[in-house]
Design a protein around this ligand. Structure first.
Ligand code: FE2
Length: 377
């Protein structure tokens, strides 16, 4: 860990060095992130100051390392603060490396059909009983963007037991849950026996539902297998083949809409490949059924945009990308709808296929996971 500290001439920057890689911190950053009880509530950790409480002419008048901490005195008001060196080490922002465009979120691992032999799965009873089992199952969803659940009792509303493991249902115009089975005059093609290309759900919502749960109550029809495809892997494959095409799909908004039932006219204007400002993959939106006319790509780029869009579609359809399974009654799966596309094969003939689905929110899932990781470190 660092043993030396050095101040810039004007006192607006300090540099820690000797014993760990050099790291610079700005005075304003340190003041804003002070850990003392006048700055951060000791109970809930929330910040008690606003930016207006930070002096405009702030500087560091003195700094030293001692007792495993960095001790700073700010000028001109003389406020003294200290940070554990370990804490500073965990919050270093002075880095040269620029993240590459399309980098993965922390903990995410891309996959393809090889994952067919190791589909992440949890038994509902185990997940309800053992926090470590729940932690590991949630971590698999964070890593792969999907997981199965077995050991459920097939019953109406049973899928809520899965959401109860980590959070709350997100209700939509489809209801608190929706039925996925063949209907006469369906309001959505999902409620037919048609095969469906791999897609993310509801890209016409903003924000999209970030998790979907589908639980099986009956599945005696021929066909109807479920498939999932890693949208991040597909996007990165496109980037490898056609970096400009990747940039076009990330750089222009697509439009999505749904108005399949009375009183509903959902519309969104979002890219197919959504990146954070520093290029991290955030969300894939891909759904032929609800794609609206794209009118936000300049004429000069439209042909290349379509080439990239078509290629992404072909990659998504490539069986080398897909994991496939047929759910039995009492089984379910959950997908991260910002990343993993899902599909089903067509089904027909004798027998029934009945699934129930619902949406939930990923921030709640990740919150539960991080809490479990902290208590079972
Ligand atoms: Fe769907």
């Amino acid at each position: 860990m660092w043993r030396e500290v050095e101040l810039s001439e004007d006192g607006t920057v300090l540099r820690l060095h000797d014993g760990a890689p050099d790291a610079r911190f700005h005075a304003v950053w340190l003041r804003d992130n002070a850990l003392d009880p006048a700055t951060r509530d000791a109970g809930n950790g929330q910040r008690l100051i606003t930016l207006a409480d930070i002096l405009a002419d702030l500087s560091i008048s003195a700094a030293r390392i001692g007792e495993g901490q960095l001790h700073v005195t700010f000028g001109p008001d003389g406020k003294a603060c200290a940070w554990p060196l370990r804490w500073l080490h965990d919050h270093v922002y002075d880095r040269d490396d620029q993240p590459e465009t399309g980098h993965l979120p922390a903990h995410a691992t891309t996959w393809d059909s090889a994952l067919n032999t190791a589909i992440p799965t949890g038994d509902l009873g185990q997940l309800q009983t053992y926090e470590t089992a729940r932690r590991d199952w949630l971590a698999a969803i964070r890593r792969y963007g999907f997981a199965k659940v077995t050991g459920m009792t097939p019953r109406e509303g049973g899928l809520f037991d899965i959401v109860d493991l980590f959070g709350y249902v997100r209700e939509t115009n489809y209801g608190r849950l929706f039925e996925v089975r063949t209907e006469v005059n369906p309001v959505n093609l999902a409620y037919t026996g048609l095969g469906l290309q791999a897609h993310t759900d509801n890209p016409y919502r903003d924000p999209v539902p970030t998790l979907q749960v589908l639980a099986c109550l009956e599945n005696s029809a021929k066909g109807g297998e479920n498939m999932v495809v890693d949208g991040f892997a597909a996007a990165l494959r496109l980037r490898g083949e056609n970096p400009r095409g990747f940039a076009l799909l990330a750089g222009y908004p697509m439009r999505f809409s749904y108005s399949g039932s009375a009183g509903v006219a959902l519309q969104s204007r979002r890219p197919i490949i959504d990146l954070s400002p520093d290029g991290q993959l955030q969300c894939i939106r891909f759904n032929a059924r609800s794609a609206a006319p794209c009118i936000d790509v300049p004429f000069a780029d439209m042909a290349d945009w379509y080439t990239a869009y078509r290629r992404l579609s072909d990659i998504i359809d490539d069986t080398a990308m897909e994991v496939q399974f047929k759910l039995s009654p009492g089984e379910a799966f959950i997908v991260d709808n910002t990343r993993v596309l899902h599909a089903r094969k067509g089904y027909s003939g004798a027998g029934n296929r009945w699934l129930q689905g619902c949406y939930a929110d990923k921030d709640g899932l990740l919150s539960t996971l991080v809490s479990l990781e902290a208590s079972h470190a």
